[in-house]
Design a protein around this ligand. Structure first.
Ligand code: GDP
Ligand code: MG
Length: 377
């Protein structure tokens, strides 16, 4: 057998038969099997057994009576019992097209990759199946933050939040993972050193039932990022904090002993700290990325352009608030500096120091438009 399709399920009964039917069409004769890792509290396990009995593909199930680690824990448990060379992890609600399973593995074989990510954010892919503008915004923002924190490990990954990917379980150290929440791929890619390739896909709509994603899962994600590594971001923050303190000190000196107007004081303080921050971040934050993308002058130009624009925008904002409220200029400046920090980090990691891709992108799938809604549900 060559491929095990690992499907985590939580109360997905109405989707099982359709999922297995489409997997059969895509995989029969290729030595594939399906492994459900089920944490359901309803009759989903019985439905899986019913469908398994008449399936042309071997269907296995691990039913967890006392589930740990949520969706991620289920995937890790499934991967731990895979005996085939490849595993493909996918959701059980048909948002991930089963027809793409063989293609992901073929891309991995062709490119010599150990993980092949099915990405919603490559050209040819589409994330519109995420219901609601809010979910889409959260998805984009959270992957931008993850990629900013791990610019090197995620250099070939446009969609570290996807739940659809092929992997060679042999290449992973499953014991090193600390699964929790929804984002198992991120956990795998940041705690293992693997060759990653990508392929675009169109994220469809749920076939039946409702999403299990929740606000609590969002909080778990933040916790996951924090425990994965704060190295680069904390160095950037330390330098940023140093710059902010220097900025305030310069402003205070110019406003008080030198009696300069606060607007000019802010301009001078910004110019000085933008320059020193660039030098410090080159040396202490992005040292390892200096030869991976843009040239020095190109980096300097982008960094100065961003910081200049940011300072320029902050200034009218500063004037507006100070004039309107009469709040102390230095205090208002401090607040805007904090707000600007996250934006600045993401921009530097994803634009200024962005490393070039090192693996090519797989083919754009030539598939029929994915899944309509289940008319019976
Ligand atoms: N085993 C297991 N599967 C889960 C759990 N939570 C969600 N899933 C499954 O993970 C997949 C993705 O969940 P879904 O609710 O569709 O999330 P969304 O696509 O991000 O809205 C589905 O197949 C769910 O049934 C869990 O706690 N345990
Ligand atoms: Mg889903």
């Amino acid at each position: 057998m060559s491929i095990t399709v690992v499907v985590p399920t939580f109360n997905e009964g109405p989707n099982i038969a359709e999922l297995v039917r489409r997997l059969e069409e895509a995989l029969v004769g290729r030595g594939a099997e399906v492994l459900f890792v089920d944490d359901s509290r309803d009759d989903t396990p019985a439905e899986i057994e019913r469908v398994a009995a008449s399936s042309a593909l071997p269907v296995r199930m691990i039913h967890r009576e006392t589930p740990t680690g949520g969706l991620s824990g289920a995937v890790v448990e499934g991967l731990g019992s895979v005996t085939t060379e490849w595993a493909v992890v996918m959701d059980g609600d048909l948002q991930h097209p089963p027809e793409l399973v063989p293609s992901l593995v073929a891309t991995g074989e062709k490119l010599g990759a150990e993980v092949v990510v099915a990405s919603r954010y490559l050209k040819g892919g589409d994330a519109n199946g995420l219901d609601g503008r809010w979910r889409r915004l959260v998805s984009t923002a959270s992957s931008l933050l993850a990629r900013s924190m791990f610019p090197k490990r995620l250099r070939n990954v446009t969609d570290p939040m996807t739940g659809f990917f092929a992997v060679r379980p042999d290449a992973l150290e499953l014991d090193a993972l600390r699964p929790r929440g929804f984002k198992i791929l991120l956990e795998i890619l940041t705690r293992n050193t693997v060759v990653v390739a990508e392929e675009p896909f169109v994220f469809g709509e749920r076939f039946a039932g409702e999403s299990k994603a929740s606000f609590v899962n969002g909080l778990r994600y933040v916790e996951q990022l924090a425990s994965l590594r704060f190295g680069r971001m904390s160095r950037f923050a330390i330098i940023g904090a140093f710059g902010a303190v220097a900025n305030l000190a310069i402003m205070w000196v110019l406003v008080h002993p030198f009696q300069l107007g606060y607007v000019w004081a802010a301009v001078v303080a910004a110019a000085v700290t933008i320059t020193t921050n660039f030098v410090l971040q080159e040396r202490f934050v992005f040292r390892d990325l200096r030869n991976e993308g843009r040239s020095l002058w190109n980096r300097a130009a982008h960094s100065f352009a961003f910081n200049g624009a940011e300072a320029a925008l902050r200034l009218p904002f500063l004037i507006w608030i100070v004039e309107a409220t009469g709040a102390p200029a230095v205090l208002v400046q401090a607040v805007t500096l904090v707000v600007a920090f996250l934006l600045r980090f993401v921009f530097h990691s994803q634009v200024v120091y962005r490393p070039r891709r090192t693996t090519p992108v797989g083919p754009v799938p030539d598939l029929p438009a994915v899944v309509g809604r289940d008319t019976t549900a």
